[in-house]
Design a protein around this ligand. Structure first.
Ligand SMILES: [Zn+2]
Length: 570
């Protein structure tokens, strides 16, 4: 016993000495003389960070950290610049976003005239493209709230054109595209989708609502080849790194082909070639009626992909649609309408699917936008908890655009993450017109209720929903703290009582987002032992906030201590 105890003690001593020596080993990289916001409570602020072998080894004053300087240590003098944990986009669509970079982008265009001009210009500049493809239009840009085939035929008559709405829930097809898809007056609406028709003639107008209808045309669009797809992916990754994004949570791999295994293989190729540049956590889309097969697939993929750069953690289900096209599920009818939206699942089927996924160890991400959709999603997470017991599953609800006040306190006890996207509340013409107009004042008083959810103890994770909106985290931060457009409207902010502080918003884009993917012990804040994922920005956004945020640029993005983006001026 005695000698065994001694041996144990000497092994312990050797370990202690080794780790003490390691702590004194020179760092690979030092960032000195900055303002470092750690996202931790203690210390919240520091001046310098040291990195060795991809991990943070010290955070402290410049003097303390400089002790780790060796002959080969790279040193970056920050000159007082702000350092933040790498941004984590908790809701994005990587491949969709990447492919949108090669298509006509209508986002930020105010009206039909400018939209038509851009499409015409793009078509002229791309004469060899067999289809004119694009996205980004907002409902409020069209008289009546939806586009028509005639408006598109007027600028693209020689080939099919197919352009998705900014939220991806609706699409706009010209006559050639409708003909290719065989959509006529006689075509029946698919389940959970609408082929919008002229009330007089019954002819399809060219607008399609919700995925099953959108897909009638989308499946005819030729898929880009793997080489082309890979090039757009790399372009997309470079863009995200330039915005300071070091991790991304993919809300259901919804590439045009919806071949999730092929999509993951593409990301895996980038990972193996060392070109991924950010960490991806993904969920696999589950369609109603296909629950069992999708859960089996998600389980298989979660066993295959468990690398720090590529992991499959769960499943994504669409409980409802969107407010603008009145497909989000509401408890009471839309303004000026008798409809209450279109839940894609019955409560029983949803509860069963979420419970089954949870039982298999998969995190369930539930897209829910209307107050009824959100309630159904909370009920489904509660059903899983009741059936399976309290497992650390961190069920999620995506979007939560409006909800009943009585549902706000349910998030915390259920441990459900509120995954929300600040720029969805960007108070532009679309939000204040089409969105708010469909809901009416009472429900708008709980529009994107970040602050009340925070107060009720819910954990919020912030993201973009790229390509629905720009993946710029700085733009999202500005909206989260001001509830204003980048033009500064409305003057006092839209429902400013629902906004959050800059520190909270940053935490939702970093440490809380890391929690949402079960990685809060690995990343999301700047503390020794964590991965060296961090960003340096041009302005101190804590000073002269919030206007400073809009002129702030990302200067340097590090992943595992390696620069994946560096501004040429830095
Ligand atoms: Zn999404």
């Amino acid at each position: 016993m005695h000698s065994q105890g001694l041996r144990l003690a000497s092994v312990l001593l050797a370990t202690l000495v080794a780790s003490a020596l390691r702590a004194q080993e020179p760092a690979d990289l030092l960032l000195l003389r900055g303002r470092v916001w750690t996202a931790e409570a203690n210390p919240a602020w520091a001046e310098a960070v040291a990195v060795r072998a991809g991990r943070i080894v010290a955070v402290g004053s410049t003097n303390e950290v400089e002790a780790l300087r060796g002959p080969k240590t790279e040193v970056i003098h920050l000159g007082g610049r702000l350092v933040l944990p790498g941004f984590i986009d908790a809701h994005s669509h990587l491949l969709d976003g990447a492919s949108s970079l090669d298509r006509v982008d209508l986002s930020d265009l105010p009206d039909l005239g400018t939209i038509q001009a851009r499409i015409e210009g793009w078509a002229r500049a791309h004469p060899r493209e067999t289809w004119v493809l694009g996205g980004g239009w907002a409902y409020a840009s069209f008289p009546g709230g939806l586009p028509t085939k005639q408006q598109l035929d007027a600028v693209v008559a020689d080939r099919p054109a197919f352009i998705e709405s900014y939220d991806g829930h609706s699409a706009w097809a010209n006559s050639k595209a409708l003909a290719l898809a065989g959509i006529t007056k006689a075509t029946k609406d698919p389940a959970n989708g609408v082929i919008v028709r002229d009330p007089g003639t019954g002819e399809p107008t060219g607008a399609l609502k919700e995925k099953p209808a959108v897909d009638l045309v989308k499946v005819r669009v030729p898929e880009p080849g793997p080489a082309e797809k890979y090039q757009s992916l790399l372009k997309g990754l470079r863009l995200l790194n330039s915005f300071g994004i070091t991790s991304l949570q993919d809300a259901g791999l919804l590439s045009p082909a919806e071949d999730v295994e092929a999509d993951l293989a593409l990301l895996d190729r980038a990972r193996r070639e060392g070109r991924l540049g950010l960490r991806v956590t993904a969920a696999v889309h589950v369609e109603p009626g296909k629950g069992e097969a999708s859960v089996t697939l998600a389980r298989k993929l979660s066993a295959r992909y468990r690398d720090p750069f590529l992991r499959v953690v769960g499943v994504k289900l669409f409980v409802d649609g969107v407010v603008e096209s009145k497909t989000a599920a509401m408890l009471e009818p839309y303004v000026g309408d008798t409809g209450t939206g279109l839940p894609n699942w019955s409560p029983e089927a949803l509860n069963a699917a979420v419970t089954a996924a949870d039982r298999e160890g998969l995190q369930a991400w539930l897209h829910a936008i209307g107050d009824r959709g959100v309630r159904m999603a909370l009920d489904a997470h509660e059903a899983a908890l009741r059936a399976n017991g309290r497992l650390d599953r961190r069920g999620r609800i995506e979007h939560i655009e409006t909800l009943q006040a009585s549902d706000i306190p349910r998030f915390k006890p259920l441990g459900v993450i509120a995954s929300m996207q600040p720029l969805h509340a960007n108070p532009d013409q679309n939000t204040l017109g089409a969105w708010a107009g469909n809901l009416g004042e009472e429900r708008v008083s709980r529009a994107f209720s970040w602050a009340p959810l925070e107060k009720a103890g819910a954990r919020l994770a912030f993201g973009s929903d790229w390509p629905v909106v720009t993946p710029s985290v700085l733009r999202g931060l500005y909206c989260a703290v001001t509830r204003k457009t980048k033009e500064g409207t409305p003057a006092g902010g839209w429902r400013p009582e629902l906004a959050v502080s800059l520190e909270s918003a940053l935490r939702h884009y970093t440490l809380d987002a890391a929690y949402a993917s079960f990685e809060e012990s690995e990343k999301g804040s700047l503390e020794p032992g964590k991965r060296a994922d961090l960003v340096v920005v041009s302005e101190d956004i804590f000073k002269n906030a919030p206007e400073t945020i809009l002129k702030t640029k990302v200067l340097l993005t590090l992943v595992d201590g390696k620069a994946v983006y560096r501004d040429p001026t830095f």
